[in-house]
Design a protein around this ligand. Structure first.
Ligand SMILES: Nc1nc2c(ncn2[C@@H]2O[C@H](COP(=O)(O)OP(=O)(O)OP(=O)(O)O)[C@@H](O)[C@H]2O)c(=O)[nH]1
Ligand code: SF4
Ligand SMILES: [Mg+2]
Length: 428
């Protein structure tokens, strides 16, 4: 689901968690006078009637020092990168603020500006203390650029004022990137789902479910097919011929009167699909390409350019393979087996170093520069903001990036690559 991400930032004890609880109207985060109570990013998703579906991050104060402070800060900045709206909380009654250099606030503001975030300032008004908002705001926002509100955050009845403040000052709407280009309701989309050993029983994988639901919801008929990849790749001619015959018969049957409009395959079957659909008049693409185009908000072209830079790799270069989740890995896993094998076949054993990053944690910003190419999965377990944050880090670091589906198609030649990006109006 496409949501707006709202991140809460500021110094320790400024009232960030109190703000989280005011927004969610419950004890989502622990609130305590001990500085540094929130150590990790606390995430919650909810529907705010006036704003729609949102994801909210409560973060650790970024003014904490020491090794632990640095670790917390890194997590906080990772949430900042994924936020659409930045709520900067300032405890306007904190006497420390009077003679401060405001480096904490400046750091949040300048980074947020650089990354194009919407910035809103929340002055937390602790009852009974003298207010120094004007003095503070003159220093951090002299030109009154950012919308601000003064509120006692621990007062639950301030909920409506806070929501109204966000709603009034935010121009954001959840992005509406179509998952697929317009499809004809009277023609079929063929879904090739090989179901390998890694596929959990009882459900399809997220991209497969999302695409099937998206099409059926729009009255576009789908045909789900399980290709036996073992047989299709078999060195026993009869076995592969038998599997091809089964595939061809279904395709011919479905494609009577040109009724087949698109075939979407699992990326790992691209070696077979590109051969077996060479002369096809219907379009072909992969689940992972559909996903990365959607998650990158239509920026598939950047991933195509990255795939084409594969040929420029040289011995001694480093490549990163990044996946958005941790899953059980079996024999023919794309990230740990298929792609590293191909790299070895092209550049020689140990010539190009391959590192892996799995899960929500992406490589530290400083480390990214070491890589010549980042190869990312479909990213179905991540949201658009997480993909955007990774892409921005990579673009700033000057590192090329591509995606499983795009690269595996590129390995089949330029013609195969053109074929899978054609549905998105691209051509190399
Ligand atoms: N009276 C009053 N107390 C508040 C208000 N906001 C926060 N506090 C108190 O200030 C203390 C810190 O609040 P938190 O919300 O935990 O602050 P935080 O920014 O999340 O702090 P860390 O997680 O340590 O970074 C708690 O004791 C809160 O009860 C307020 O509006 N009025
Ligand atoms: S996040 Fe990546 S590795 Fe995990 S299931 Fe989705 S596409 Fe596969
Ligand atoms: Mg907190």
């Amino acid at each position: 689901m496409e949501r707006i991400n709202i991140g809460i930032f500021g110094r320790v004890n400024s009232g960030k968690s109190t703000l989280m609880n005011l927004l969610t109207q419950q004890e989502t985060s622990i609130v305590d006078p001990t500085p540094g109570t929130t150590a990790d990013v606390k995430t919650t998703v909810m529907e705010i009637h006036e704003l729609g579906p949102v994801k909210i991050f409560d973060t650790a104060g970024i003014d904490e020092t020491g090794i632990l402070g640095a670790k917390k800060k890194e997590k906080t900045f990772s949430a900042l990168k994924r936020s659409d709206i930045v709520l900067l909380v300032i405890n306007e009654n904190n006497p420390v603020y009077k003679n401060d250099d405001y480096s904490t606030e400046s750091e949040v503001l300048s980074f947020s500006e650089k990354r194009g975030k919407e910035i809103l300032i929340v002055y937390n008004k602790f009852k009974g203390f003298p207010c120094i908002r004007e003095a503070v705001s003159a220093k951090i926002d002299g030109r009154n650029k950012y919308p601000y509100i003064e509120l006692e955050l621990s007062e639950r009845s301030n909920y409506s004022k806070l929501i109204e403040f966000i709603r009034k000052n935010s121009k954001l709407q959840p992005a509406k990137t179509p998952l697929l280009p317009d499809m004809d309701k009277n023609k079929i989309v063929f879904l090739n789902i090989p179901i390998d050993e890694e596929t959990p029983e009882g459900r399809f994988l997220r991209p497969q479910m999302m695409i099937e639901e998206y099409l059926v919801r729009r009255f576009v008929p789908t045909f789900a097919y399980r290709m036996d990849l073992g047989k299709a790749r078999s060195i026993i001619a009869e076995e592969s011929a038998g599997e091809k015959k089964r595939f061809d018969e279904f395709i011919t049957h479905l494609n009577r009167n040109g009724k087949l409009q698109l075939l979407i395959t699992d990326s790992q079957a691209m070696d077979i699909i590109s051969k077996w659909t060479k002369d096809a008049h219907y379009m072909v693409t992969t689940f992972s390409i559909v996903m990365i185009n959607f998650l990158s908000r239509g920026n598939l072209e950047l991933f195509v350019n990255g795939a084409r830079s594969f040929k420029d790799l040289k011995p001694g270069d480093k490549v990163m393979i990044a996946e958005g989740c941790n899953h059980d890995r079996k024999a023919e896993d794309i990230g740990t087996v298929q792609i590293p094998k191909k790299i070895e076949a092209v550049f020689g054993k140990d010539a190009v170093q391959v590192d892996h990053y799995f899960g929500r944690v992406f490589a530290e910003y400083e480390k990214l520069k070491e890589y010549k190419l980042v190869i990312h999965c479909g990213g179905c377990m991540l949201d658009q903001q997480a993909i955007a944050s990774r892409m921005e880090d990579l673009i700033e670091s000057g590192v090329n990036f591509t995606n499983y589906g795009v690269l595996l198609s590129y390995f089949q030649g330029e013609e195969a690559l053109n074929k899978v990006i054609e549905p998105f109006g691209l051509k190399v």
